[in-house]
Each structure stands twice: as structure tokens, then as C-alpha cells.
Write a protein that binds this ligand. Structure first.
Ligand code: HEC
Ligand code: HEC
Length: 158
């Protein structure tokens, strides 16, 4: 009886460990593991931007305009759109990200972002390896995994 118990405990421990190690690493500036559908649909042209970096109204405005999304067509079928909308709204920043009474569509235009990056020179933003502040992964080496920890930053030299 005892033996069986021990065996099943060992099995359970092994199982949860393998689930943990397969999952996204939760360290640094990570709020929660990204939703797989979100990563698939909104992480192919750029990193899947963290939901917590824009407010609900900003995400809503972005999702309404996907046909003309910063010059790209990022349109989605209705079911995916609804599921992604629910995910983003549930994990959005509390409070508003607005400018002139309108929801801000870019994380890079929020006051928070500007403040956090105010030590980066204009020259660095224009480096060929960076191109645009929206290109988080140029400096945040684990941005694709949603990790923006200070320990995972490397600014390109050219
Ligand atoms: C077909 C390619 C494509 C897809 C798919 C796509 N995007 Fe984008 N997205 C872009 C481009 C291009 C930009 C502008 C990047 C730049 O200015 O450097 C952008 C910019 C953004 C920005 C602003 C980034 C900043 O500057 O702060 C957000 C937020 C965003 N996308 C969210 C989404 C979401 C949410 C989805 C999924 C519903 C999505 N994107 C799917 C191409 C895409
Ligand atoms: C040119 C390089 C570069 C780009 C591109 C960039 N960042 Fe940063 N980011 C930095 C640096 C440098 C810091 C400051 C780290 C510090 O204060 O020690 C920083 C800080 C941050 C922090 C705070 C980290 C912490 O733990 O304090 C977050 C979150 C962040 N960036 C998110 C983003 C997002 C999201 C994008 C893309 C929309 C982005 N960054 C684009 C270089 C960059």
C-alpha cells in the first residue's frame, strides 16, 4: 500500500515538473503566459505585444481596425477576433491609455513607454538592427516569450 502511494506521488511530481519546464519561463517582467491563439495570430509580424501594456479601449480600437493595421492587413475571422478580444481585455492595463481623448494604438506612444526608454538616444532608435521602437525584440532578447526583464536586454551596436 505504502509502496503504491510512493510510486504515484513520484509519478505526479514528475508530471508536474515536466509541465512546468515545457511552459513559458515565468521570470522578470512577465505577467502571465501568452495565449497560444494570440501568439499565433498577433505574433507573426512582430512580437506578441503584452496585453498589459495597453488599456481595454486601446485594444478594442486596434481590433476594430485590423483591416488597415499600420499599413498592413491583419484581419481575422470572427471567432478568432472574439477570442483574442476576450484575452486582451481580460489582461489589459487598468486605467486608460489615451491621448487627446482617443485611445492610443501604440504602446510606443504611451507615456509609460517613453519614460521607461528616455535614456535611449535617437541614434540608437535608428540603427539598422532596431529600425523602430516597435521592434522590441531588437533589444529585449526574450520579447517573443513576453519577457522584458532588465536581465534580458542587449542593445545592438549597429
Ligand atoms: C500582417 C502583419 C501583422 C499582423 C498579423 C499583426 N500586426 Fe500588429 N503591426 C504590424 C505592423 C507592420 C505594425 C507597425 C510596426 C512599426 O511601426 O514598426 C504593427 C504594430 C502593432 C502595434 C503597435 C506597436 C507599437 O508601436 O507600440 C500593436 C499594439 C499591434 N501591432 C498589435 C497587433 C495585434 C493585437 C495583432 C493581432 C490581432 C497584430 N498586431 C497583428 C503588422 C501586423
Ligand atoms: C533600442 C532598444 C530597445 C527597444 C527597441 C525597446 N526597448 Fe524596452 N528597454 C530598453 C532599455 C535599455 C530599457 C531600460 C532598462 C533599465 O532601465 O535598466 C528598457 C526597459 C523596458 C521595460 C522595463 C524593464 C524593467 O524591468 O525595468 C519594459 C517593460 C520594456 N522596455 C518594454 C519594451 C517594449 C514592449 C518594447 C517594444 C514595443 C521595447 N521595450 C522596445 C531597450 C529597448
Amino acid at each position: 500500500m505504502r509502496n503504491i502511494k510512493q510510486k504515484s506521488m513520484a509519478f505526479l511530481c514528475g508530471l508536474s515538473l515536466s509541465i512546468l519546464s515545457a511552459g513559458p519561463q515565468a521570470s522578470g517582467n512577465v505577467a502571465m503566459p501568452p495565449d497560444p491563439l494570440y501568439v499565433q495570430e498577433c505574433g507573426s509580424c512582430h512580437v506578441p505585444y503584452p496585453a498589459r501594456m495597453l488599456s481595454r479601449s486601446s485594444w478594442q480600437a486596434l481590433l476594430i481596425g485590423l483591416q488597415n493595421h499600420f499599413g498592413s492587413n491583419a484581419d481575422l475571422d470572427r471567432d478568432s477576433l472574439q477570442a483574442i478580444g476576450r484575452y486582451l481585455e481580460a489582461n489589459a492595463k487598468r486605467g486608460e491609455t489615451v491621448a487627446d481623448g482617443k485611445p492610443i494604438l501604440r504602446i510606443t506612444e504611451t507615456r509609460w513607454f517613453r519614460h521607461e526608454h528616455d535614456e535611449i538616444s535617437g541614434q540608437t532608435w535608428k540603427l539598422p538592427a532596431v529600425k523602430s521602437p516597435s521592434n522590441c525584440a531588437a533589444c529585449h532578447t526574450s520579447a517573443a516569450q513576453g519577457n522584458y526583464s532588465e536581465h534580458q536586454i542587449r542593445i545592438p551596436r549597429n
